[in-house]
Ligand binder design. Sequence first.
Ligand code: BDR
Ligand code: CA
Length: 310
Amino acid sequence: MSKIPVWMDCDTGTDDAVAIMLASYLDELDLLGISTACGNTIQENAYWNTHRINRLIGTNYPVYRGAEKPLIVPLVTGAHIHGENGLGDVDLPLPEHPVVQKESAWDALYACAKAHPHALRLVATAPLTNIAIAFTKYPELPALLHSVNLMGGSAGVGNITPAAEYNMYVDPQAADIVFRSGAKIYMFGLDVTLQACLSMEDVDELEASGKPAGIFTKACLMHSWPVLSKFGETGFCMHDSCPVMYLAYPELFEGEEAGVVVETRGTITNGKTVTDIYSDKQFPFSNAMVMLKLDRERFISILKTAIMNV
Ligand code: BDR
Ligand code: CA
């Protein structure tokens, strides 16, 4: 059976790192390249962190630099969760000879989509700056992709603000461009990703496996524990693994087609993905499959196996 061609755009990032491990582990997927976004950490860190993950898991995925800042608004990093270096301040070594690609994130993504017309799955686990630049520079790109599986947004609550999810809040103008692009969008927002959490027992098990990726995963996630426990969280949500997992195991997820619009001007609601799922009056269009439910037990079991065997 032929593998599914995949491109990832990540702000690597603790849960982005785990999502890359998962994409690498899943036999069904052929990860062709990774572009890096600013978000959880600055572009420079996200770029080199991705090389560090390549070394950790013994892969050579080509890594492409993306934008240094969001389209219009200043960057708000996630250092309180992901640490100053983006990987929970864990010191992970670089490959001895990291390959530096000359192409930009958007040019490399476009070239890859052209090489795999209507087949390439774009997995975006970061603010959508790079994707918006790519869609603006290459207007034919949205239709050239098979689909965009993005981690971001929420039909319900926010996390960085009461209304907005972090990836959408960091670059709402970019998110707006992507949701209006006509691409086939699968939205893995907080509605579903808050169900995708590793418990403390799970991360202990990863560490106890003695596998480098398992030890690293617990160490980098523990950085966020003081903040998470203060807010009453009981585990670590693997937001970014959801859109990756879906490609190989769609049956673990349930969603609804909906209209989604990104708020770009609200003073309290900036970056909110407004969906018509729960309203009486519907938008006159449907532009995304909004994921709502997850088979947590199977998801976590596959994810742990992946981290311990990647
Ligand atoms: C999203 O924001 C980042 O902190 C995570 O990596 C994930 O992509 C969750 O809101
Ligand atoms: Ca991310």
